[in-house]
Design a protein around this ligand. Structure first.
Ligand SMILES: Cc1cc2nc3c(=O)[nH]c(=O)nc-3n(C[C@H](O)[C@H](O)[C@H](O)COP(=O)(O)OP(=O)(O)OC[C@H]3O[C@@H](n4cnc5c(N)ncnc54)[C@H](O)[C@@H]3O)c2cc1C
Length: 392
């Protein structure tokens, strides 16, 4: 079987590529895994360039600022963006919160929040995990208590990506401590500037301020900030997670780096009068990566084809999460082995091979296996729902 995009889809890819050529600097090599203030600001400016085309959230319905792209058109768009290593800002809002508001929000909430996302002006973060609640998220302890027209929020979140830049947070909290744990949780939309919210950055292994601790000290959220029904937030929160795990077209960035690595092996000396490429071990390692890339891409096309037929992927999305995490970690590990000691240098200097991309990826992708549900949790889902194995 041969997969092929239509002529119209290839023309669309060309349109996105032409836009990117204009919108990004000519020597653009891509955003780093370790976000700093400068790259974040660059990303926000980039959003403003996407907005006039309605390309911030092209999958969304037209009435909410999108283009209603088909699932396959979204793949084309995401592949072009990924291959160009375009800046990624506000993924949580575009990819998962916005679609959740479209499903569960009332008219006022849609009117208040969706335009700010599609114009690139309002950035969101996701307040789910707590110090003792990650995989077992429903055990969360942050409390929200009704008080007149408001809820009063107290507690703590952790690992909140980009909270130090975000304008708003979607946050889940316990509103009925006496109910079974999944039934006493509610989902709130909260302005990060509300008094009582404090953010403390955590430095990750890639030396970046990627995520944070967020503390709530008597934070007053107006009742209009409650999304969906009181105490039904768990079901809304898992819808958000489904959107998070079904991201499409993510392997294009890996392909670009694999092309760079293959070119590198063909050009570089092995230090003994030949090229790295002449060594069978190097060629086999690269071939293995190319095969893994193709497998990951086909698995993700399988999910797209399900979505295009109106089916809801479940354990199939978990399979992609496991495979793509494994692929990106393997690429960093194998790539560093091929490049030798210079591959371990970071930065733009002449000795840092491929601008230190794989060295940074090596440390940054440890977190990829944890974020959005760990690899072990995905394997549990595949075992139970995909293979029908018992829970214990
Ligand atoms: C880069 C990054 C970004 C993140 N961004 C956000 C964010 O923006 N917002 C947010 O809310 N959270 C975020 N997180 C947090 C993330 O969702 C949690 O770290 C994740 O859900 C795991 O929870 P935990 O860290 O508490 O680990 P735990 O749940 O304590 O797990 C510890 C270990 O035990 C294993 N384990 C746990 N339960 C089981 C089980 N039932 N079966 C088998 N193994 C199990 C896990 O796989 C893991 O290896 C982020 C994390 C990372 C790394």
């Amino acid at each position: 079987m041969r997969f092929k995009f239509t002529d119209e889809q290839e023309a669309f890819r060309g349109e996105v590529n032409a836009f990117l050529k204009d919108a990004l600097p000519s020597d653009w090599e891509g955003a780093d895994n370790a976000i700093d203030d400068e790259s974040y600001e660059f990303g926000r400016e980039f959003l403003k360039k996407l907005a006039p085309q309605r390309w911030i959230a092209p999958a969304w319905p037209k009435q909410y600022g999108g283009l209603e792209l088909s699932h396959w058109d979204q793949v084309v768009y995401n592949e072009a963006m990924g291959y160009a290593r375009a800046p990624i800002v506000n993924t949580a809002a575009v990819g998962y919160l916005g679609p959740t508001i479209i499903l569960y929000g009332n008219d006022e909430q849609k009117a208040q929040h969706l335009p700010g996302i599609t114009s690139g002006e309002v950035v969101w973060c996701q307040g789910y995990s707590e110090p003792n609640s990650g995989s077992d998220l429903a055990s969360l302890q942050t409390r929200a208590v009704a008080d007149g027209d408001e809820f009063i929020l107290n507690g703590q979140k952790i690992w909140t990506s980009q909270a130090h830049y975000a304008d708003w947070m979607f946050v889940i909290a316990r509103t009925d401590p006496d109910a079974p744990k999944h039934r006493g949780i509610s989902y709130f939309l909260m302005d990060m500037k509300t008094p009582g919210v404090s953010v403390r950055p955590l430095i990750n292994m890639a030396n970046g301020e990627g995520f944070n601790e967020v503390f709530f000290d008597n934070v007053r959220i107006p009742k209009t900030g409650l999304l969906g029904e009181l105490n039904r937030g768990w079901y809304i929160a898992t819808t958000t997670l489904d959107f998070e795990r079904s991201a499409l077209g993510g392997s294009a960035g890996v392909q670009r780096t694999l092309e760079d690595l293959t070119r590198f092996a063909k050009a570089e000396s092995d230090g003994a009068g030949g090229r790295l490429w002449d060594k069978p071990l190097v060629r086999h390692a690269l071939a293995d990566l190319w095969v893994s890339l193709d497998v990951t891409k086909m698995l993700s096309y399988r999910v797209v084809s399900m979505q295009a037929r109106g089916l809801v992927p479940n354990y199939e999305a978990s399979i992609i999460k496991v495979f793509s995490t494994d692929l990106i970690q393997k690429q960093a590990r194998v790539g560093l082995g091929i490049m030798g000691l210079y591959g371990g240098l970071w930065g733009d200097g002449p000795w840092a091979k491929l601008r230190g991309r794989l060295a940074k990826s090596y440390v940054a992708t440890v977190g990829t296996a944890i974020a959005g549900g760990t690899t072990e949790i995905q394997r549990n889902i595949i075992a139970q729902r995909g293979l029908g194995l018992p829970r214990q």
